[in-house]
Each structure stands twice: as structure tokens, then as C-alpha cells.
Ligand binder design. Structure first.
Ligand code: RAM
Length: 348
């Protein structure tokens, strides 16, 4: 934020003093001079939404105009929103998308980080050009302006442990089927899961495996767990791709009702498994609201209506008022728990 503000001030001063320098500033990505405003927010901004991967229905819901996600908020605000990424949830897929956004003159980038270490050099170069960088879903804490978090990371970790504990009556071996080993969000949740597991001395976390948000890999690693741990009682999968793959593996008479499953899932993908008893309960937030809020936060920031200082407030359209909290983070809200009793009333 400091770097970005300095650059803006430089451009403003230069604009008054030297016309030639103004031209140079205007051709860079994020000068406010050329953008008309509506209700104090700049319009006509080029915003690139970069999920971990394309083809993951969680991100399709978070991002698309149809579901009311990020692009719908950008449309409402009069910006040009584009979703772009690779098909694998890897930095090798995301880096060309970030570079492409920079080359096309992005004013803001909204990104879910597959691997902050690998992405930060490219994200830092975007920020140096004055591009607003907002992470959503999975953070890259050292190379973004703001992070829009779906819920408190501790609340997400805690609820997953509490759900599996209820399923297995507080006792037995469990394993985790995660996404990528480098994913900030899953790793943070797992850290909180371990903390919460300390309250359940009879539950033994025997293994953490990584399905990389890829259905085939998640299926394989789930099958591997079942082979290696014949006494396994439960699986937590804190990824929508992983939990759906694990549910499909467990959805046979051999495992249904014997190995419990919980984690974070898309209600639409999990309905059949909840209704047939493969999974008693799992959690998630509304991904479309997450994308929508990230879009508002990015435009508020790019328009210099908010900074990343704690206490700043803004209204995110239909979602209402939000406040920037500690660590430049805005929280969407509390996660929802889905069970047979409520799942059929959710459509995402
Ligand atoms: C997957 C992704 C995403 C995560 C959800 C729960 O779709 O890993 O980052 O937030 O699951």
C-alpha cells in the first residue's frame, strides 16, 4: 500500500509539473485521472479475476456473473471484469495469467493463491506498476493490498474437527485429504485443525495427503489412505474438489456409514452424498458472495476510497457494510454447516 500511494502521489505531482511525465504515468496501469467515477468509485477499470484454477465449480460460482459472483459486482460497478487462470491449481498455471493481466493494462487483480512463495515476485511486480492486488479465498500475505477471507480461519478449522469428532464419537484414526501442499488457505485451516484436535485426545490424525484440487489425484490419494489405514474412522477434506472425490470413493456399501467424511464442499456437488448417508455434514460459505465482496473491495481500494488500514469501512452493494480488520483482511462472515436437514435448499 505504501509503495502504491507513493507512486500515485508522484504521478499527481508530475501531472501538474510536466506534461510529458503525465503521459508516461497515464500509460501505466492504474492512474485515476483517465477513469470517470460513479458514486465516488472509478469506472471502466480493467479487473482480472484469477482463481486457483478454471473448471473448479467453487471458483465458477465465486467468479461468474451468472451466479452473482465477482464479475457480476464488477458489471454493476461499470468495470470490465475478466476471469483468467490455468486448468491446474498450480503457480505454473497462475503466473502466465498474472503476467497476461499486467500486459493488458490491468488496474486490479483479484487472486486466490495456489502458492504465495512462487507467485509473489509476479504479484509484487504488478503492485509496483500501481495495480491493486486483492487476494480472496487463499492469501499471499506479503504481496497484496487486501485479503478478503471467507470466514475466520480458526472457525473453519474448528468446525471441521468438531464435525468429524461428532461423527466418530470423539475416538479413532482420521486423515486429511487436502488440496495443494502449498495452498495458504488449506494449510492455515489444517494448522487450526491440529490445534482443535488437542481437545480430542482419542482422535489420532494419522496422515495428510494432497489431491491438488484435481479429481483424479484426490480419488487416488483417498484410495491410498483406505489401503494404508484399515482402521481409519474418518476423513476431513478442506477442499470442495477433495471432499467430492472422497465422497465418490466412500459411496459404496463397504465404506458408507463406516468411514465418516466431512470438510468443505459445494452443496450442489455434495447433495447426493449427504442424502444417501455417505457424508453427514460439512461446511462452506457462499462462494458467490466471497467473489462479490472481493470485487467491491478491489474497486474501493483502486479508487482510493479505502486503504488497508484497520477500521476503514465500505458498502459492498447488496451485501452491506464491511470493515477492514487486522492484517489488511476483510471477513465475509461465518461458515454454514450443511446436513440432510438443510442442504436441499441451497443451490450453489
Ligand atoms: C477448493 C479450493 C478453494 C477452497 C475450497 C473450499 O475449491 O481449494 O481454495 O476454498 O475448495
Amino acid at each position: 500500500m505504501a509503495r502504491r500511494t507513493k507512486k500515485s502521489l508522484f504521478c499527481m505531482t508530475a501531472a501538474v509539473a510536466v506534461t510529458a511525465v503525465l503521459a508516461a504515468c497515464s500509460s501505466s496501469s492504474s492512474t485515476s485521472a483517465s477513469h470517470p467515477t460513479k458514486n465516488g468509485l472509478e469506472t471502466g477499470l480493467k479487473v482480472y479475476v484469477i482463481p486457483k484454477n478454471l473448471g473448479n465449480s467453487y471458483f465458477t460460482v465465486a467468479d461468474s456473473a451468472k451466479s452473482g459472483g465477482a464479475i457480476s459486482a464488477l458489471d454493476t460497478l461499470g468495470e470490465t471484469g475478466t476471469e483468467t487462470s490455468g486448468t491446474a491449481a498450480t503457480p505454473a498455471s497462475q503466473i502466465p495469467a498474472i503476467q497476461g493481466a499486467i500486459a493488458k493494462g490491468a488496474n486490479a487483480i483479484i487472486l486466490s493463491a495456489t502458492d504465495p512463495t512462487a507467485l509473489c515476485p509476479t504479484l509484487n511486480s504488478a503492485m509496483k506498476k500501481g495495480i491493486t492486488v486483492v487476494t480472496y479465498d487463499s492469501d499471499a500475505p506479503t504481496c497484496r493490498d487486501l485479503f478478503v477471507n471467507q470466514a475466520s480461519s480458526q472457525a473453519i478449522g474448528d468446525i471441521e474437527v468438531q464435525l468429524i469428532a461428532a461423527d466418530i464419537h470423539d475416538s479413532g484414526q482420521i486423515a486429511i485429504v487436502s488440496a495443494a501442499a502449498s495452498a495458504t488457505n488449506q494449510n492455515t485451516w489444517i494448522m487450526y485443525m491440529k490445534q482443535e484436535l488437542a481437545n480430542y485426545p482419542k482422535i489420532d490424525l494419522v496422515s495428510i495427503v494432497y489431491g491438488n484440487d484435481d479429481t483424479a489425484t484426490s480419488t487416488q490419494v483417498t484410495q491410498g489412505l483406505l489401503e494404508h489405514y484399515p482402521n481409519l474412522k474418518g476423513i476431513i477434506s478442506p477442499t470442495t474438489v477433495g471432499i467430492a472425490a472422497a465422497a465418490a470413493v466412500l459411496d459404496t456399501s463397504k465404506y458408507r456409514g463406516k468411514i465418516a467424511l466431512t470438510g468443505l464442499g459445494d452443496p450442489d456437488q455434495m447433495k447426493q452424498f449427504v442424502n444417501d448417508g455417505t457424508c453427514a455434514s460439512f461446511a462452506l460459505w457462499n462462494p458467490a458472495n466471497l467473489g462479490y465482496l472481493a470485487a467491491y473491495a478491489a474497486i474501493e481500494y483502486a479508487s482510493k476510497k479505502i486503504t488497508n488500514a484497520a477500521g476503514q469501512t465500505f458498502v459492498a452493494g447488496k451485501l452491506g457494510k464491511y470493515t477492514v480488520g487486522a492484517d489488511d483482511t476483510i471477513l465475509l462472515g461465518a461458515p454454514t454447516v450443511f446436513t440432510k436437514a438443510n442442504i436441499n435448499s441451497f443451490n450453489f
